[in-house]
Design a protein around this ligand. Structure first.
Ligand code: FAD
Length: 369
């Protein structure tokens, strides 16, 4: 059996990025995709990626290979509460950055990573069993190998699902991401340039399971009407240009992230609510930090040494827990229907909107997870 330095299990965005990143250090990497093939339907999601994630993809030579229509810059962000006039605005110009985030086509990004993997000299894609000094588990939230290791995946199911779809509208998006926070749903329209440049959006709409059941079963016309009602026409007349897909929402955290010869990254280690668009950003930050820790290891230390892997965990645990708590806190705050709580949260939004230092701090956290 051939021996590798690292076996990466799971070829989602985190797994493929890790394989490429470690191969750049000269390590021999085996990448094992899921033996169970997906149903082949394209992922309709578009991810909001922060500056740190974009830097990693640039270093892996994947960012520049993305077709222009697959990545749209966000220059402004407009958040609305559930009371008239309660809103919060962020702008790249005000925060002295070129863009607040990039909205990237999930399926195209996976495809570009796969073609980079194909040409990477030190990466072997295999479904065979192989020996490796380190096994990196990037199998996503349902990781069977993590479960087989006896690692507890502590999960808090929200009883909510997120519906994703692609939309087009007659009105230009002007690179503004729009989000509505109200009880009990959170709706995001992410500016996008496919199929219509400057007038498409990627939708992420999270809501309680019962409502999601109704909206997933509704025909396109009824769904579009519900969208128009929820957005009050702020983004123009929204039309579906893709099928709808939905995901159950949870917050989850593995009880252990590493052991002798194994380590967890991405959703296999932690899952957060997508309302802040940070799950994949956290996973790509895991890739950056693990690669750095491995690159800087003592010459005599093996890549599977648990002491080495703990250095990675120490750097990643705190920001990941903080992001999980922040998203859960926001969700709880906006799930409350008591008039007093509603009044306070909407006043809070408006107050933050007038506090430049707080906005700068929030933007800095969002740009670098
Ligand atoms: C609706 C929605 C919107 C989101 N929007 C954003 C956003 O805007 N920004 C953001 O940063 N994040 C976002 N996220 C979060 C993001 O989707 C995840 O954090 C990210 O996809 C995790 O990537 P991953 O590679 O760790 O896991 P996955 O994407 O789940 O990939 C895991 C891979 O491992 C494979 N696999 C599973 N089991 C095995 C096995 N036993 N052996 C080998 N392979 C296996 C799977 O088939 C899959 O290919 C969103 C999530 C949802 C649900």
């Amino acid at each position: 059996m051939k021996h590798f330095d690292v076996l990466v299990r799971g070829s989602g965005i985190v797994g493929q990025s890790l394989a490429l990143s470690l191969a750049r250090l000269g390590l021999q990497v085996a990448l094992r995709p899921d033996p169970v093939r997906s149903d082949g339907s394209p992922d309709v999601r578009a991810y909001a990626l922060n500056a740190t994630s974009v830097s990693l993809l640039q270093a892996l030579k994947v960012w520049d290979a993305l077709p222009a229509h697959a990545a749209t810059a966000v220059h402004d962000m407009h958040i609305e509460g559930d009371a008239p006039g309660a809103s919060l605005d962020f702008s790249a110009w005000e925060q002295h950055v070129r863009e607040l985030a990039w909205i990237v086509d999930a399926a195209v990004l996976e495809r570009e990573l796969a073609s980079a993997v194909k040409f990477a000299p030190h990466v072997t894609v295999t479904t065979q069993d192989v020996h490796a000094t380190l096994t990196a588990l990037c199998e996503g939230r349902t990781s069977a190998t993590r479960d087989a290791l006896g690692v507890n995946f502590e999960r808090n199911d929200y009883g909510h699902r997120a519906i994703a779809a692609r939309l087009s509208t007659g009105r230009a998006h002007r690179n503004i991401a729009r989000q509505w926070f109200r009880s009990p749903d959170v709706l995001a329209l992410l500016p996008f340039d496919t199929p219509q440049p400057q007038s498409s959006y990627a939708l992420v709409w999270s809501m309680p399971n019962e409502r999601a059941d109704v909206l997933m079963a509704a025909d396109d016309g009824v769904f579009e009407q519900a969208l128009m009602q929820a957005t009050a026409g702020a983004a123009g007349e929204l039309k579906l240009v893709s099928s709808r897909a939905d995901w159950p929402l949870m917050r989850a955290q593995a009880s252990a992230w590493c052991g002798p010869g194994w380590v967890l990254l991405g959703d296999a280690a932690h899952v957060v609510h997508p309302l802040a668009g940070q799950g994949l950003n956290l996973g790509l930050a895991d890739v950056t930090v693990l690669s750095q820790v491995i690159a800087e290891r003592e010459a005599w230390r093996e890549v599977g040494d648990e002491k080495l892997l703990r250095r990675y965990v120490r750097q990643r645990l705190t920001p990941t827990l903080a992001m999980g708590q922040l998203t859960e806190g926001l969700l709880r705050l906006f799930a409350q229907d008591l008039p007093l709580v509603r009044e306070l949260r909407n006043r809070g939004l408006t107050l933050v909107n007038h506090l430049s230092p707080v906005k700068r701090w929030l933007t800095a956290r969002a740009l670098d997870s």
